[in-house]
Design a protein around this ligand. Structure first.
Ligand code: BGC
Length: 591
C-alpha cells in the first residue's frame, strides 16, 4: 500500500460490470474488480469464452510499469444455485428447496460442486450464499431464502461458506454472504423496502445466521438494498462499521449491492461520501464508475472522506486478495480447474439430483396414491412439465430466468425424468390435459405453478398503497419494478393450472400435482382437486430427481422450511402468536 497512489487506491474500491469496461480500462484506472450481472456473459457463453474473458482482465491488471502496479483483478458472479449463468452448468435447486432438505452435509457438497463449476470459468468469487430469512412470501426473493426460520439458515450458512472457500486453496472460491441486513424482513415483503424491527429482533431474526458464516471466515459481505427503520443499509454506519466490522470483528471487505448507493440521495456526489463513510469498501457500480472515481477523489481532496477510511477499505480489499492467494495464482487459463471436464458432468449432476429428491415436500397423498408403479400408464400434463427454464426459475442463464428448453442445456425436464423411469408415460400434447382418457391413462402427473422471476419483479403486491407506504417510510429513493402479481391465491394468479387439474380430475383419473414455485402459495382449490400434491420449489436442471421420488426409488424426506398459508391474509411465521397455517413449518409426509 505504501507504493500506491490515491488513484490506484480508489480504483481498487471499484467493481464494474463487464459490459462497461475493457481490459485496457481496468489497467488504466486500476480497477479492483469486475462482475457479470445476472445473465451477462461473454461470447457464446461457453466455459472457454469465460476463461478467455477472465484471462484478458487478469493480464491487464497484472501489467507492471511506472504508472501501474500488478494487483490481480477479482471477478464476481451470481452463482446462487450452481454457476447458473453459464451454458451447460449444473443448476441446483434454489435455496428454498435446499431449506426443505434440512441437510447441512448436502449443502457443503452443493457448495463444493458450485465452486468447481465457478473455477472452471476462470472466476474467483460468487455473491452467495444468500442468508435472507424471508418473513413474508410476497417478497420476490423468497426462493433465495432457505427458511423463514433463522435456525435453518444458521445451520447452513457456515457449511456453505466452508464448501466454497475450503482452505483457500486450489479448490476454493471467495464467498459473499448477502444481503446485510434485514433483506427478508421488509414490510409487506416489498423488495428493497423497509424492515421495521427493534434491534433485538433484527439481530435475532436476521443477523444471527451470519455468525456461522463469519466464523467460517467468509471473505466478503454484501450490503442490502433495504432500509432499517427508514434508514438505508447502504448509508448505515451503525450496521456496517459498528455492528459488522467492530462488534463482529469482520475483517474482510464489504461490497455494495448493484448501484446500491445511488438510492441514498438524489445527489450522487453526496451519495458516494455517504456510502464510503458508512463503511462500504468496494462499490458495485454498473456503468458510471468514472463519475464515482471523480467524486471519491474530490471527497478525499476536500476532506469529506478521510484518507484513513480509504486506506482501511484498500487494506481490506488487498487482504482478501492475499488471503485467497490471488497474487500467487497463474493466469486464469492456467489454473487447475479452468475448463475442467467436470463442469456440468454426470458426477456433478448426481449431487443436484440428490438435492432435488431431498427438497420435495409431500403435502397430500390420498389413499396412498404415491408412489406410482413404473408400469402404470401415466399422463403427464401442466405447463411446467417439460420446461427446463421454468423449473430452474430466476438467476438462470438470464437475470429473470428463461422459458422453454432451448437455454438450459444438458439438464433433464421433469417430463424427461418421468419418461426415463416409466416407459408407458405420455406427455399431454398441448399440456392442457384435454387429451386425458380413463381408457388410456391410469393416473396423471400435472406440473403447474409459477414462471420465472427475480428480485422485485417477483414481488406480489396487493395494491399500490403498499408501495406508497414503503416509499414514505424510507429516507432515500425506492426502485419500483412491475410486480409478478397481486395475489397469493394460485387459482387467481395462474387459473390455467387449476383448469388443467380439473379437466383431468373430471374424467375420474386421479391427479398427482407437482407445484413449481418460489414460495408457498394459497393452493386450497388445487389441493382439493388433486389426490396427491408435492411442493417441488424450483428444482433446477435435474428434473429426474422428481421422478425418483414419485415412483418410489427414494422416499420423501423434505419438510417445509416455510409455513404453508391457508388464506392470503395469513402471514404468520413459525413461533408467531395466532399461528394457524394450513401446513405448519416442519410438515412433510413420507411413504
Ligand atoms: C442483487 C444482488 C446481486 C447483484 C449482482 C443485485 O441486483 O440484489 O443479489 O448479487 O445484483 O448481480
Amino acid at each position: 500500500m505504501g507504493k500506491m497512489t490515491l488513484a490506484q487506491k480508489i480504483g481498487q474500491m471499484v467493481q464494474t460490470e463487464r459490459l462497461s469496461i475493457t481490459p485496457e480500462e481496468v489497467k488504466r484506472w486500476h480497477i479492483g474488480a469486475v462482475l457479470s450481472g445476472g445473465g451477462s456473459c461473454p461470447g457464446d457463453n461457453t466455459v472457454q469464452d469465460w476463461v478467455d474473458m477472465n484471462d484478458a482482465y487478469w493480464a491487464a491488471s497484472m501489467e507492471e510499469d511506472d504508472g501501474h502496479l500488478a494487483i490481480p483483478v477479482i471477478y464476481g458472479v451470481d452463482a446462487v444455485h450452481g454457476n447458473s449463468n453459464v451454458t451447460q452448468a449444473t443448476v441446483f435447486p434454489h435455496n428454498i428447496g435446499l431449506g426443505a432438505a434440512r441437510d447441512p452435509d448436502l449443502l457443503e457438497k452443493v457448495a463444493q460442486v458450485t465452486a468447481r463449476e465457478i473455477l472452471a470459468t476462470g472466476v474467483d468469487w460468487t455473491f452467495a450464499p444468500t442468508l435472507a430469512v424471508a418473513r413474508n412470501s410476497h417478497w420476490g426473493r423468497t426462493y433465495e431464502s432457505y427458511s423463514e426460520d433463522p435456525q435453518i439458515v444458521s445451520s447452513y450458512s457456515g457449511r456453505f461458506v466452508d464448501g466454497l472457500q475450503g482452505n483457500l486453496g486450489t479448490d476454493s472460491v471467495v464467498s459473499c454472504v448477502k444481503h446485510w441486513l434485514g433483506d427478508g424482513g421488509t414490510t409487506d415483503g416489498v423488495d428493497q423496502g423497509d424492515t421495521r424491527l427493534a434491534e433485538e429482533e433484527l439481530i435475532r431474526l436476521h443477523a444471527e445466521p451470519y455468525l456461522p458464516a463469519l466464523e467460517a471466515g467468509t471473505l466478503t459481505v454484501m450490503v442490502s438494498f433495504n432500509s432499517w427503520m427508514g434508514e438505508k443499509c447502504h448509508g448505515n454506519k451503525y450496521l456496517l462499521t459498528y455492528l459488522l466490522k467492530e462488534r463482529l470483528q469482520f475483517d474482510g471487505f464489504i461490497i455494495s449491492d448493484w448501484d446500491g448507493i445511488d438510492y441514498l440521495s438524489e445527489n450522487y456526489f453526496e451519495a458516494v461520501a455517504m456510502g464510503v463513510n458508512a463503511g462500504i469498501d468496494m462499490f458495485m457500480v454498473s456503468e458510471h464508475w468514472q463519475p464515482f472515481i471523480n467524486h471519491l477523489t474530490h471527497h478525499v481532496t476536500r476532506g469529506t472522506v478521510s484518507m484513513q477510511r480509504i486506506d482501511d477499505a484498500v487494506r481490506r480489499i488487498l487482504s482478501v486478495k492475499v488471503a485467497f492467494g490471488l497474487f500467487d495464482k497463474p493466469r486464469p487459463a492456467e489454473r487447475y480447474w479452468s475448463n475442467h471436464a467436470s463442469f456440468g458432468s454426470q458426477e456433478h449432476r448426481e449431487v443436484a439430483r440428490e438435492a432435488v429428491r431431498k427438497s420435495l415436500v409431500l403435502l397430500k397423498n390420498e389413499s396412498g396414491l404415491l408412489p406410482l408403479a413404473k408400469k402404470q400408464r401415466v399422463l403427464v400434463a401442466g405447463k411446467n412439465a417439460h420446461n427446463l427454464g421454468h423449473q430452474c426459475g430466476g438467476f438462470t442463464i438470464a437475470w429473470q430466468g428463461t422459458s422453454g428448453n432451448d437455454f438450459v442445456i444438458g439438464g433433464t425436464s421433469i417430463w424427461e425424468g418421468i419418461q426415463q423411469l416409466a416407459p408407458e408415460a405420455v406427455l399431454s400434447h398441448d399440456g392442457s390435459g384435454r387429451d386425458a382418457d380413463p381408457a388410456q391413462h391410469d393416473v396423471a402427473i400435472v406440473v403447474i405453478g409459477e414462471t420465472p422471476y427475480a428480485e422485485g419483479m417477483g414481488d406480489i403486491r396487493t395494491g399500490d398503497d403498499v408501495i406508497v407506504q414503503a416509499g414514505s417510510q424510507i429516507n432515500g429513493l425506492l426502485k419500483v419494478l412491475e410486480p409478478y402479481g397481486n395475489t397469493m391465491v394460485l387459482a387467481d394468479l395462474h387459473p390455467e393450472d387449476l383448469e388443467t387439474i380439473n379437466t383431468i380430475a373430471a374424467t375420474g383419473i386421479p391427479v398427482v400435482t407437482v407445484l413449481i414455485s418460489g414460495r408457498p402459495l394459497v393452493a386450497n382449490r388445487e389441493l382439493d382437486a388433486s389426490a396427491a400434491f408435492v411442493a417441488a420449489w424450483l428444482p433446477g436442471s435435474e428434473g429426474q430427481g422428481i421422478a425418483d421420488v414419485l415412483f418410489g426409488d427414494e422416499n420423501f424426506s423434505g419438510k417445509l422450511s416455510f409455513s404453508w398459508p391457508e388464506n392470503p391474509e395469513n402471514r404468520k411465521n413459525v413461533g408467531d402468536a395466532d399461528y394457524d397455517p394450513l401446513f405448519p413449518y416442519g410438515f412433510g409426509l413420507t411413504y
